[in-house]
Ligand binder design. Sequence first.
Ligand SMILES: *Cc1c(COP(=O)(O)O)cnc(C)c1O
Length: 381
Amino acid sequence: MKFGTKVIHAGVHPDPLTGAVMTPIYQTSTYAQDAVGKHKGYEYARTKNPTRSVLESNVAALENGVDAAAFSSGLAAMDAIVKLLRSGDEIIASNDLYGGSYRLLDKIFKNFGIVSHFVDMRDPRNVEDKINEKTRLIWVETPTNPVLSIVDIEAVASLSKGKEIILVVDNTFASPYLQNPIDLGADLVLHSATKYLGGHSDVVLGIVIASTKELGEKIHFIQNSSGAVPGPMDSFLVLRGIKTLHLRMERACANAMHLARFLENHPKIAKVNYPGLESHPGHELAKKQMRAFGGMISFDLKDNSIENAKKVMESLDYFTLAESLGGVESLVSHPSSMTHASIPKEERLRSGLTDSLIRLSVGVEDIEDLQKDISDSLEKI
Ligand SMILES: *Cc1c(COP(=O)(O)O)cnc(C)c1O
């Protein structure tokens, strides 16, 4: 099955009871049992829910995994993965991680004796240098947020292979339409389905895809034991969003490519971070491990002024000033004060995240309107 067919058909079947073509929202907490110890595979909805099960099968197929487990948010999904570890174990993570992921490792799991090392993963040797006998997890995000650096998944996978180390790739920014980390050697893939999978900015949900049955079982055990499961309505909304993932991504990528070129040639812009540009240091690698370059762009003004950056962001009409990304509508954000405020300033600057950096989540609107909006806003400074 090819991707555009998978998003619609993988794991999805008409409801056996009524023939309903769309997966029903099984809004129930429990299931009648035929006799003591005899049931239809469903006992209690924290453990299993049919709407959630369909979503899990569908996303497992999109990522070429064997199993998946859905959670109430992307961070709840990450929380479940880190719970595979024990006190004393160590993690190596990207130094320009999503702000919330950094916070979970540095402010929560650190208190439980799980130490994280944050390294610049653009050079896999930095990962190699930190691997020791306590390393149990490598956490990769690529493209990174918000400077869109590219990490070589295959190269990092070659470092963890054969060791007792789980390689996780947060594939939220690329979506399974652009990148399939399991094919490149990852053990687990994480999505904040709040972003491209859901695609309509109307739901918060996370999902973990496992490359082996054994890892899938371990994640499902934590899902049931810790209990951060999504509701059936939210599972349904993500399942519905996924049906147009390929169409939305295609347009978002084309729009972003166009805007990145426009910004790169604009006299008031110093730097554009977009992996589709030949000037991007990760361009060749992105071409190798991704099918296109995504809908996220960040850029810096020539004068580096926070005031002017604010002026640009606030005068945009079609780019709504908001956190999050991956919806049909375009958004603009100011990472240093919004999504990445929880990362210390020195850490931020080390990964190129200046106070005047502007991030765009490019939606699927008409490109003429988007370009004019940005052009007009830049006129105001
Ligand atoms: C949003 C996001 C998360 C967290 O997901 P939530 O659904 O907000 O909990 C993790 N990683 C990345 C890259 C994200 O963009």
